[in-house]
Design a binder for this molecule. Structure first.
Ligand SMILES: O=C1O[C@H](COP(=O)(O)O)[C@@H](O)[C@H](O)[C@H]1O
Length: 241
């Protein structure tokens, strides 16, 4: 059976961001042509700065974008830990995305209530389907191999049906968060990890060469593709894989 995983290595961080943005442009174009909307899930952390650099060069119908959060921290929007807050700060005035195009998690609720509330928001957009199917998820990888707020050894890795789950014991602060679960992640049409820098080279080897049982390796779309976009520095320990 053909693998659903594609690995690409690019010389520099800038080349990597350019490639990521080519994917975003092409995937958004196709989705907008087919359904007049583009549904994208975004992660937090280092990805935000990369998107702030690359997105201004993307040719797309920005008004057709609906932006969801792969995970979010339960903190006020003006807290530096808020992923939505960080996107607003990084992208406002940089790309013409209006505030109502972001599907936000409600940080005034408890993690449990915020997860239920977010499921309601997804149902309002995707309808009463068994699982939502995002056009694109932009995923990150933490130094411990976590993605979204799905951490190594956590019981949430076993979730099989709930779309969005609360977590109140995140090993990475802040502890209270909500996250998409693997059934939803693996129902996306395309997922892209964009990883750069020597600091992630060891973990990239463990994930892509040694194929360790880590959360990022649970990303395996049922009917879609997962791309791993790396720069030379992150790929140094792959030995040309
Ligand atoms: O806590 C989180 O970490 C991961 C990875 O972040 P990075 O800064 O190492 O790229 C991120 O993908 C996730 O959305 C975030 O909540």
């Amino acid at each position: 059976m053909a693998s659903n995983k594609r690995i690409e290595v690019h010389k520099t961080e800038d080349a990597l961001i350019k490639r990521l943005c080519e994917y975003i442009e092409n995937i958004s174009k196709k989705a907008i042509e087919e359904r007049s909307a583009f549904t994208i899930g975004v992660s937090g952390g280092s990805l935000i700065g990369a998107l702030a650099k690359g997105l201004p060069g993307v040719k797309t119908e920005w008004s057709k974008w609906k932006i969801y959060f792969c995970d979010e921290r339960i903190v006020p929007f003006d807290d530096t830990e808020s992923t939505y807050g960080a996107y607003k700060k990084a992208l406002d005035g940089v790309v013409p995305i209006k505030d109502d195009q972001y599907r936000k998690i409600d940080p005034k609720l408890s993690a449990e209530e915020a997860a239920k509330d977010y499921i309601g928001k997804l149902k309002a957009d995707f309808g009463n389907v068994q699982l939502p199917r995002f056009d694109l998820l932009l995923l990150g990888m933490g130094p411990d191999g976590h993605t979204c707020s799905l951490f190594p050894g956590h019981p949430l890795l076993q979730e099989t049906s709930v779309w969005v789950a609360p977590i109140t014991d995140s090993p990475k602060p802040p502890p209270s968060r909500v996250t998409l679960t693997f059934p939803v992640i693996n129902n996306a049409a395309t997922s892209i990890f964009t990883i750069w820098g020597a600091g992630k080279a060891d973990m990239i080897k463990r994930v892509l060469a040694d194929k360790e049982d880590l959360p990022v390796n649970q990303v395996s779309p049922k009917n879609g593709l997962v791309h791993w976009l790396l720069d030379d520095a992150a790929a140094t320990k792959l030995n040309g894989l």
